[in-house]
Structure formats: C-alpha cells, structure tokens
Ligand binder design. Structure first.
Ligand SMILES: C[S@@+](CC[C@H](N)C(=O)[O-])C[C@H]1O[C@@H](n2cnc3c(N)ncnc32)[C@H](O)[C@@H]1O
Length: 277
C-alpha cells in the first residue's frame, strides 16, 4: 500500500483496506466526497453521458405505454432525453439540485419540442406525489439501490398513487453476474477526461461500492457511492406489497453486472376504485 499520506476525511469505513483505499491514498491532496454532491454530480454526468446502458430497453418498455412519463431519480438526464425523443412528456424528478441543473442545461441545448415536453422537479422520490397522472413511471440505473427498504416502500406507495389505472411501473436493478473481486478500470468521460473507477463488491454485507477518482480539476476528488445489492426477487416482492403485479421481467446482460428490468401494473387495474381482491 502507498505510504503517501492523504486526508481521508469522509472516506467510508466499509472501504478501509480495500483496493479503493489504496487507489485513493495514492492521490496527493485528494478530497473525498459523496458521488451525488455538487462537485460529484458534474463528474457523474461527464463519465455517464455516453453510457447507453439500459436505455434501449427502458425506451422500448415505455413505448408500450401511453400518457405522461414520470422518471424518478432522473439525474442529469441520461434516460430522460431518449424518453423525450420518442415524443412523450416527461416529469423528471431528482433530489439533487446540481443534477437537475445539469439536466436543465441539456434541455436548453435540445430541440424546443423536447425541452417544452420536460418538467424538472427537485424532490425526494419517497415523497413525490401527483395522484393518477402517469402512464409510465421509470426508475433506472442503480437508483433504487441507493434507497433502504423503508425508503423503497415509501417510493412504491407513491408510485401506486401517481400511476394512472392502466399505467406501468418500469424498474431496473443491477445484479452481480461476474466475479466479486475488487477491480479498477479507467473510463474516459464525454469531455475527454479520464477517471479511475474502483468497484468493491461486498456481497456478504449486501452492497457494493463504487469510487471514482477524478484528477483533472483544480483538486483531485474521490467520489464514493454505496449501491445496495437488490435482487430481482426482493424487488418484485416489494413491488407486489405496494399493490402491483409483475407483468414482465427481462435480463439485460452486462460484463460484470447485469440489469433486471421489471414491469408492473396495478393489481386491481380495470376494477372500480375501492374494490380489492
Ligand atoms: C445512479 S444515479 C441515476 C441517474 C440517472 N437516472 C442515470 O441513469 O444516469 C442516481 C440518482 O438518484 C438520485 N437520488 C438518490 N436518492 C434520491 C431520492 N431519495 N430522491 C430523488 N432522487 C434521489 C441521485 O441524486 C442521482 O441523481
């Protein structure tokens, strides 16, 4: 391990003695931050801008629905822009103001018909309520894995309220389908900047951690994110508990992690309101 001393204030305890700590310690004057902090958001945006993971599958699922789309944890719009491009109005919600600002800037550059069809909202998805408004509710990437079980239950309860009677809940979760060794790769962002991305699976603790080391700016940053390992089975059960039924399940294969895309409908869809099985 490197002998360079680095100030690891804010570095998660769970990442001590891992490849991530070794990589971060080797960077002089590094600043440790949450991935979704203001500075982290710009880096996340840059290194995911060209990443099309899950996008074709989510767009295809939304195409089979009608009505406005609610995209939860929309971030800087990696999935939002393709959803707008198929001609659907999208309400994009994210807790992070910097992420929503990045999305707003992308919309300013986009064709007017897309920008006009998008509403951006800074809000917590566990609390966001617009009763019976949406024909499709989308939660992609690893967003649900950032929430604990109680937060997910509250999110799905809101989804039940917010969906139209014939609406669809369209969700993905990321599952480990490769080996669980710690790994470091170099990724080039849309700006041409390079990032070291350290992946630390901790299956025994029920999560994995990603640390992105960005050295291009005024001060190097190490951005961490904890992603809970949320199996498709657990996710499906939580969605059922919230009053939905699973109508489709699809594996989106990846090299180390794959995604599982679940689609769900309201369980009592088609029955008069107030009538339950
Ligand atoms: C993995 S990123 C996904 C962003 C985008 N969907 C994409 O595919 O690039 C997760 C997003 O979830 C947001 N987020 C985390 N917790 C949230 C919450 N409780 N309410 C709303 N957004 C949340 C973060 O701010 C971040 O933008």
């Amino acid at each position: 391990m490197s002998t360079i001393t680095a100030d690891l204030t804010g570095f998660p305890e769970a990442l001590r003695s891992t490849l991530a700590e070794e990589a971060v310690r080797a960077v002089p004057d590094v600043q440790v931050l949450d991935m979704y902090s203001e500075a982290g958001s710009a880096v996340y945006h840059d290194f995911t801008l060209a990443d099309a993971s899950e996008v074709p599958e989510l767009v295809r699922a939304v195409r089979s629905t009608s009505g406005p789309v609610l995209e939860l944890a929309a971030g800087s719009g990696r999935i939002t822009l393709p959803l707008l491009a198929i001609g659907r109005p999208v309400c994009a919600v994210d807790l992070s103001e910097p992420m929503i600002d990045l999305l707003s800037r992308r919309l300013e550059q986009a064709p007017q018909r897309l920008a006009r069809a998008c509403e951006t909202v800074v809000a917590d998805i566990t609390e966001f309520e617009r009763p019976a408004q949406f024909g499709a509710i989308v939660v992609g990437t690893t967003s649900l894995s950032l929430l604990d079980a109680d937060q997910r239950a509250r999110t799905f309860a809101r989804c039940r309220t917010n969906t139209l009677p014939d609406g669809r809940l369209i969700l993905t979760t990321s599952v480990l389908t490769g080996t669980d060794d710690e790994r470091i790769v170099t990724v080039t962002g849309a700006s041409g900047a390079t990032y070291q991305v350290v992946d630390v699976p901790k299956p025994a603790e029920g999560s994995r951690w990603t640390v992105v080391i960005a050295q291009g700016g005024a001060r190097p940053m190490a951005l961490w994110s904890q992603i809970r390992l949320l199996s498709a089975e657990v996710l499906a059960e939580e969605v059922r508990q919230a009053g939905f039924e699973i109508v489709d399940q699809q594996l989106i294969p990846g090299e180390r992690y794959s995604s599982v895309l679940l689609q769900a409908s309201l369980r009592n869809a088609g029955r008069p309101r107030g009538e339950h099985s």
